[in-house]
Ligand binder design. Sequence first.
Ligand code: SF4
Length: 478
Amino acid sequence: MILVIDSHPYRYEAEALCRLFLRGRELKIFEGAEIPEGDFIYTAVFGDEISVRVKMDGKDLSAKDYAVENKAAKMEYLIYKILSKITGILPKWGTLTGIRPVKLALSMMDRGLSASEVREKFRTERLVSDEKLDLLLSTAEHERAIRALSKPESVSIYISIPFCPSRCSYCSFTSHAIEKAAKLIPQYVDLLCEELRDTAVLMNELGLHLETVYMGGGTPTVLNPEQLDRVLSTARDSFDFGGVRELTVEAGRPDTITAEKLEVMKKNGVDRISINPQTMDDGVLEQIGRKHTAKDVVDAFYMARSFGFDNINMDLISGLPGDDFDKFRRTIDSVLELDPENITLHTLTVKRSANLVNDAQAMLNRTVDEMNEHAFRCFDEAGYYPYYLYRQKGTVEGLENTGFCKPGKEGIYNVFIMDETHTILATGAGGVTKMKDPHGPKIERIFNFKFPYEYVDRFDLMNERKEQVKDFYARYPL
Ligand code: SF4
């Protein structure tokens, strides 16, 4: 299939939407006015006139409309209407392809629209289904309450530990299996502690206030207890923890969680951890390259409880290779039996860097949708509500990732980062600092080196980049 982009700048929007209807079929992009041979999706904007023509599966349909503003949205509407007619596919998020639909809804509410006006606009103009509108507006309500906690001087810290015990087949993050990268860890920890101290000095100079700290990865608990203690205690000693609302460690894989590490985390004031099963089916765990069983998850969970952790998140993924509806249903039942405070349900995302592109494409998309619907129903019945959500490029069926929690147990950092509420100062390899204007929407980024060996080799150069934070706050003062 060829997507033709004729005389308009909406390539990204058109491509993202078309892919939802093509379900793994190859899509080539061609910029110009020429109509190709064979199947194509032709899109053009001339002045106020927007036209779309699709030749596909023996059908040839076209439509035209006019718009002075929001031409991209109008074009997406036409693409959706034609492609759904030809394919019979009706993506539930309608023409919305961005990763932050809740932020979009909240910005409309900030401009004075009521929740029901936002619902109506999304339903009629963006063709979003009632099911996703319910999810979106319920999430927006909870997200709004959390973001109101942030003040102009608020920032959060991200601490990156980009190492894992082994690589999961579905993983698209830059994480490094420990077998290969273990020798780097001691030096990495030294430099990470240095970066944390420097970041704390910078924050003091600028009068910034720490709201939340999130240590993620990778799998932070691949560090041994001493290394984990060094990173956490350096953070505690360097920053003013007086007003910190949340300190999360994404413990992640149960096979890395030990009593000593839980003790270290407790001692350093960690008040939220993740223990991520992804699935509670041993066969699926094996198939995705996780070297632990469902029983290991249960054991790690109860061990964490015995250390007093009363805010535990568990990540699950729908659409994993080898999974099916019955196994997924059992996964949901097992996790609900543990009664964690947070459950985050991800929909599998197929990225080129993952090893299982073909398996995932073979997965029946409808099953994934049914899995999510089932999970949402069970979570609701068990007293959880959605408090943040985001979408990713390449997610099966264009579906979403949603964080659910018990009342008052929202993962606050998750909302701040997804809503882009305030500046996130990232430390460690792969970290991306996002500076946010305290009084407006402007965002600028600073990228740390992606790979641990670059981080270690070029630390000074990378650390100098943090000077840009001062420049930013000089331009966008508190
Ligand atoms: S534990 Fe997470 S970050 Fe590590 S390889 Fe698996 S999916 Fe990737």
